[in-house]
Design a protein. Structure first.
Length: 482
């Protein structure tokens, strides 16, 4: 069926190329209008009005509108509640259908149901397409038709199903003649949205499609070394594409196709990076089949854990004042840039849940407020992995030692010195545990633990035993290894 007119609703897919819903709209309609909504239901709930994510989106929308204009189209940019604005605009433009790409988060599904209901009452079709992942919902299941709860079997099934069709790009550009040429109101300024500029430009983190293309091109020059460099926060090892993946300024199909091809050519780095992309699909898979993970543990028995939830210790963790340099450096990087290296996410999360025995949901919420690349399924999955409450999680009796992690992955303290300058004068040996610095070294370097840098808020060895005891109490049938 070909529609007389359609509306393309951009959301977490801020690109004018290789876009599933946009392609569908253009190939099934005589005229296609486009819209992006700065959703008040989301933005009004953000306490920090200097939010890097909002600025990133704003910059990306500016670029998207220019790209659509260059192809003869336009972009309506609204500041309203999307569940009201989309049906209203669809009626004003007199369209037959609204197209958009799937969103898998419970609140987004609720919004989409409300939009679809309103549109249907006016005889307007609402259709969504898969665009954010390679495989979704029930596309990768066990032999018994169940969802996977362990990553490796999921990955194996994912790879077995994978073929060129699933990463084939949507040829949006060849259908540009179907864009509706129209004058639209100016894009609302950041100020009119209630937000201000951040340090995004100072950080030299590029937004939009051009930014994603730039970062990906740079990463392709390093991808073969990814498996060797990805765990060291002071080395340029990661792709730095997670925020672009989150907001769809890059195509997951394009990234996956490149990684797949490089892997087939023998690149170990590409193989490991492809696994990271598959983890994204896996966590979406888990969220789809288990929306309850948003509120509680994937393993329900872990809801019996009695978390200490000490507010002062939590504040120290948030601020980077725990007395453990690698943890504090990680948290300060997050607070100052909106980014945290993946190895450090595991270290920081393990410290909060296993050393401080603070509920993983507290940490999850803090990361949700601060991360530029915040994605519900991945954030939830990562935190439940660290807390041992999730699918395929770290066994609860394997607890990261923050000192060992620091020595292994920031041996010379390069990363620590960047974000925790208070300990910068210490030797490479002492910087990982400043409180153990000998009196002679303290005097030589004019450094006093507790004066120049906080003493540890917990003793790791004691905290580990207390955590093991609590998990053993809550989970009496599970083995513990001391």
């Amino acid at each position: 069926m070909r529609h007389r007119a359609a509306l393309m609703w951009f959301r977490r897919d801020l690109r004018s190329f290789d876009n599933a819903a946009l392609h569908t709209a253009l190939t099934q309609s005589e005229r296609v209008h486009c819209v992006f909504v700065f959703d008040r239901e989301i933005l009004d709930a953000l306490a920090d009005k200097a939010d890097r994510r909002v600025e990133f989106i704003w910059e990306s929308v500016v670029e998207l509108r220019a790209a659509l204009g260059a192809m003869g189209g336009g972009l309506h940019v609204l500041h309203d509640a999307a569940r009201d604005a989309i049906p209203k605009l669809a009626q004003q433009l007199d369209v037959d259908a609204v197209f958009t790409n799937h969103d898998y988060e419970p609140s987004a599904l609720d919004r989409d149901t409300a939009v679809a209901t309103k549109l249907k009452s006016h005889g307007i079709v609402f259709e969504t397409r898969k665009d954010h992942v390679i495989f979704e919902k029930d596309e990768v299941l066990t032999g018994a038709g169940k969802f996977f709860s362990v990553f490796t079997p999921y990955k194996n099934a994912w790879i077995k199903r994978m073929e060129a069709f699933y990463v084939k790009p949507y040829p949006v550009e060849s259908h540009k003649r179907f864009y509706a040429s129209e004058e639209t109101a100016p894009i609302p300024s950041l100020g009119s949205l209630g937000f201000s500029r951040t340090n995004l430009r100072e950080l030299k983190f590029p937004a939009g499609m051009a930014g994603g293309e730039q970062l990906f091109a740079d990463f392709l020059e390093r991808i073969d070394r990814y498996s060797d460099t990805r765990n060291f926060p002071s080395i340029k090892g990661p792709s730095y594409l997670s925020t672009h993946l989150r907001f769809g300024t890059v195509s997951i199909r394009g990234l996956t196709a490149a990684a797949w091809q490089r892997w087939q050519e023998g690149s170990r780095g590409a193989e490991v990076w492809l696994s990271e992309l598959i983890w994204r699909d896996f966590y979406v898979h888990i969220l789809h089949h288990n929306p309850r993970v948003v509120e509680g543990a994937f393993k329900p028995e872990y809801n019996a854990i009695r978390w200490s939830n000490d507010p002062e210790r939590f504040a120290a963790w948030c601020d980077g004042r725990t007395g453990y340099p690698i943890v504090d450096a990680a948290m300060r990087q997050l607070n100052q840039t909106g980014y945290m290296h993946n190895r450090l996410r595991m270290v920081a999360a393990s410290f909060l849940t296993k050393d401080l025995l603070i509920d993983w949901r507290w940490g999850e919420r803090y990361f949700a407020e601060k991360l530029n690349d915040f994605d519900l399924s991945a954030n939830n999955g990562g935190w439940q992995w660290a807390a041992s409450t999730g699918c395929d999680a770290q066994p609860y009796f394997r607890i990261f030692n923050p000192i060992t992690q620091s020595q292994n992955f920031d041996e010379k303290g390069t990363f620590i010195r960047k974000y925790v300058p208070e300990v910068g004068k210490l030797s490479n040996k002492d910087i990982h545990a400043p409180w153990l610095t000998s009196p002679i070294e303290q005097q030589a370097r004019d450094f006093v633990p507790g004066r120049d840098y906080p003493l540890p808020i917990v003793d790791h060895a004691e905290a580990r035993l207390a955590t093991l005891a609590e998990f053993k109490r809550a989970l009496p049938k599970r083995p513990v290894e001391l």
